[in-house]
Design a protein around this ligand. Sequence first.
Ligand SMILES: Nc1ncnc2c1ncn2[C@@H]1O[C@H](COP(=O)(O)OP(=O)(O)OP(=O)(O)O)[C@@H](O)[C@H]1O
Ligand SMILES: [Mg+2]
Length: 510
Amino acid sequence: MDPLFIELQGITKHFPGVIANDHIDLAVRRGEIHAIVGENGAGKSTLMRILYGLYQPDRGTIEVNGHPDVIDSPRRALQLGIGMVHQHFTLIPVFTVAENVILGSEPTAWGQLRMTDAHQQVAELCKQYGFSLDPAALVGRLSVGEQQRVEIIKVLYRGAELLILDEPTAVLVPQEVEELFSNLRRLREQGKTIIFISHKLDEVLAISDRITVLRRGRVIGTVMAGVASKAQLAEMMVGRPVLLDLAHPPVTPGAVRLEARHLSVPGASARLPVRDVSLSVRGSEIYGIAGVEGNGQTELVEALVGLRALSRGALLIDGHDVSKTTARAIRLLGVAHIPEDRHRRGLVLPMAVWENVILGHHYREEFTNGPLLNRPAIDDFVRRRVNEYDIRVADTEAPVLALSGGNQQKVIVAREFAFAPKVLVAAQPTRGLDIGATEFVMRQLLEAREAGMAVLLVSANLEEILALSDRIGVMYGGRLVGEFVRGAATPAELGLYMTGAKRQGEANVG
Ligand SMILES: Nc1ncnc2c1ncn2[C@@H]1O[C@H](COP(=O)(O)OP(=O)(O)OP(=O)(O)O)[C@@H](O)[C@H]1O
Ligand SMILES: [Mg+2]
């Protein structure tokens, strides 16, 4: 058995009103890929921040290579060989890969650093670990998966022996996940140790050697990945068996509620991110948009909810042309929106949880008392939403940024499902959610469908699209390249459209 690299004992961390980590014991062996799983708010990120020196534990000890140590800063963590790969990237887009990698690690020598040396060093690291990256490429031009590789190389360049990756796959498309996994396996072969966090249990089972499950700040157990199952992990996480299937009963669709006619949308460059897209969504219908991310889905969603102007075509809600109206006016017509980028569009991070729960609804009659907010009514509403959606928060006066990632997402979902919208445009609604919360949101979407709502669902998760949709449109290169009724296409077939290998009828092509 490999020797222990890290041993955490009795790690405890309180935040106002919550015990994020409650006497956690965790042993990580040198050369293993150790996954940490648990519900939203279980304390995974907190524990990792403690190990990386960003937070100090209230109690408990850390041993590195058998020696007790106080990790009081990321600098100290790196000296001990512990590195963390950032989830929200910290790279500078106008710099090259090599410049980003060396930036900040040798501040005094920066002035004299020969870039050719840096390129060479970075190229060698890439070669050693089998990363496909061009050291001279501008970071701003890279895909998300490539940027992540730069972040990993950056941590390796600083001498990390242990890499902490907190939900690295949440931002990746399936092909990129495969590539990341082969990189991680290569790192393991060369003796590196990896701590990997994900809500996708299939991924966890595929990549890790051992898996530790946390629930409400405590360790429930550590299992060998080879003998663990998805159902077993889910039950350890949630504390009860989790059903992993959903019923999709037949319903008769109603009238068309959301319609896009030959919609084109401008973007940053001359190339239109959305080109000539026509689609319609009826009441009691879920229209799923499948596609590899970056094929125009983001821009299409923004156009549909009025956040982006159209360059051509028309947008209709219940037959009314809203092509030239504001996002606010579209919202007032009953269109709700779960945005893909929750930090930029969905939440005001420094504002209280309760304010975020009613954001955009605060002007409603039931929440006002003349010019004032009706706090008792708001508090009652917020309490009910927080309970129903199981948002883990001690005090709704706390800023929403104090919530765990998944609980932030639940705040948005709880808000957008309120007040029975007629149309829901949901982009990546379950991203970052744990298995129980994902199941809950999927059920909500199905119930909304039965209640007559028109749902446009954009998801990078093909399984989710297949489970929920009545019809599926595939986007590729800004166009809708195929449309299928439920059951008409296999995942493999959809994959061909998603990668541009196939497209339907020439009418869509140009
Ligand atoms: N800076 C902070 N201030 C106050 N509370 C915090 C802070 N950071 C985390 N918490 C709380 O600690 C608990 C654990 O949060 P943490 O982010 O560690 O969860 P997580 O397991 O990473 O969840 P997720 O899967 O949603 O990312 C949560 O209740 C969260 O609200
Ligand atoms: Mg987290």
